[in-house]
Design a protein around this ligand. Sequence first.
Ligand code: NAP
Length: 301
Amino acid sequence: MTPGGSAPQVPGDAVVSLTGAERAKQLRGEAALVAGELAAAGSAVRLAVVVATEDESTGWYVRSIARAADRAGIACDLVTLPPDAEPGLIRAKLAQLSADDGVHGIILQTPLPPGAVAAELAADIAPGKDVDGANPLSLGRLAAGLPAFAPATAEAVVSLLDAHKIDLAGRTAAVVGRSTVVGKPLAHLLLDRDATVTVCHSRTADLAAVTRGADIVVAAVGRAGLITAEHLKPGAVVVDVGTNVLPDGTLTGDVDAPSAAGRASALSPVPGGVGPITTALLLSHTVRAAARTAGHPFGNG
Ligand code: NAP
């Protein structure tokens, strides 16, 4: 059965695991190749990650981006600001990096100091360097169908589905979560691919009834085990964006995988699904931004 096909799943069918490693490897390899060409031409690629938190898991995540960048031949500057940094200080740093010709990509890492609104601060990231689609201008351009960097996580969902050859055109998709970084941009990306999209959130009256009507369900909430078999139609394709750390330290998604596997035709694992592609796309976007500046053909993508 084609993953996500409308045929009901026969009990005992194996659920397809929508792993992201292969696609991520391909993206990283392509980014490394072009980064090497740019460096040889005198345009070494540089990414800046602005961090204003002492949150441990964020620190771990940011260092993992820096390591991946390093392996791809991309210099990565971790720009650390105090966890109580005023919005003005963060905006000034973003503006300074935006004006720096040696920096090609800028990420404003969340969480931010209390009271800071990410989308407001990110307005100071130059759109051409906005490799995680955080500037509201990027989201606006995405909504208008104009070229822009999409938030890497949202794009990673579509990239994962493409990698596993899951058709989107004409399919119904339910996106659970409406954040500016995942749910909303993802809805636009899926619409661009001719899916019929419903966006759900905490005030959706009967979540299970909505998601049960969808061929593709994407969970981007941040609640372990929220999506169960009860939320799925037989044969549904399920992408789990959620990353939740359980009290014992294990990382788990928003989908109750054992339950969902009884009804879904395909399911992305956590970890190992959307996450690796997200990181690879941040590198790919950064190299694309540098390639545009340098007039390299990779910049045309
Ligand atoms: P967020 O800003 O907290 O948004 C969560 C969304 O879920 C909100 O729209 C919220 O609705 C909705 N929601 C909350 N409870 C719900 C419920 N019971 N039923 C339906 N919807 C509900 O989170 P986010 O930044 O989008 O991140 C979502 C998840 O993705 C998190 O686990 C995060 O760690 C993960 N994530 C993963 C990656 C990756 O690369 N794998 C990257 C980014 C984020 P309201 O709008 O009504 O409050």
